[in-house]
Write a protein of this length. Structure first.
Length: 73
């Protein structure tokens, strides 16, 4: 373990540069990722689930998809 530590201390500048170079694409991916919490948008429109969802939305004004918030867990 002390050999590993000595190597890290000896190569600290290249390790820091490599870390910063790897941070750039990671940050770009982080900021360009769009989060969509509506799971139904990922489903194809022609499957039975989406057809049923559309019927529920048209007849009742809302679909079967609901979010549940639980506090104190």
């Amino acid at each position: 373990m002390s050999r590993f530590g000595k190597t890290v201390v000896k190569l600290r500048v290249p390790i820091l540069i490599m870390s910063l170079l790897l941070l750039v694409p990671a940050a770009m991916g982080y900021f360009k990722t769009r989060i969509n919490y509506d799971v139904l948008t990922y489903l194809p429109k022609d499957i039975e689930t989406m057809k049923g969802q559309e019927i529920l939305a048209n007849d009742f004004g809302t679909g079967a998809f609901s979010l549940v918030v639980v506090e104190g867990m």
